[in-house]
Design a protein. Structure first.
Length: 153
């Protein structure tokens, strides 16, 4: 991992904790935290791409934002009560972060979030808590960190 990426990942770490806690407690991802925090992370990552002279990283970041946003927007439009607009915006930020690594990181990270969230939902149903709502933000964030930390860079 290039040193110049450290500020972006530090901000993303703080943002991850804040959003996960709020989402678990309220089932909301507030724009007041998500939009400026996610914007700062993506701008710092774009700056890191410029510092390292890596236009492919910048393209990956942009492509990751778009790909994750489009996939999750489709899920939101199909099931708006189950997948909120905050999840769509968070997925775009996570897609951008994963896009730095590459398109396979975006695909595997988002897929991991859906698998983990689906398993939690299935567990709730199996436990007899069929109407239980599950915050999806922590799954998006957790899957993003798992994929980032599993490399390769």
């Amino acid at each position: 991992m290039p040193w110049c990426l450290a500020p972006a990942l530090a901000v993303f770490a703080v943002l991850s904790v804040a959003l996960a806690v709020v989402d678990v407690r309220t089932h909301r991802l507030p724009d007041g935290i998500l939009v400026p925090g996610g914007g700062i992370v993506l701008v710092l990552m774009a700056g890191a791409a410029a510092v390292t002279g890596s236009p492919h990283r910048l393209m990956g970041l942009g492509g990751g934002v778009v790909a994750a946003f489009v996939v999750c927007l489709a899920v939101h439009l199909a099931r708006p009560a189950a997948f909120g607009g905050g999840d769509v915006k968070l997925a775009a930020v996570c897609g951008g972060v994963l896009g730095w690594v590459g398109p396979e990181a975006v695909a595997s990270g988002i897929a991991l979030a859906f698998v983990a969230g689906g398993m939690a939902g299935a567990g709730a149903v199996a436990a007899g808590a069929r109407g239980t709502t599950i915050a999806f933000g922590p799954f998006l964030l957790g899957a993003t960190w798992v994929r980032l930390l599993s490399g390769p860079w």
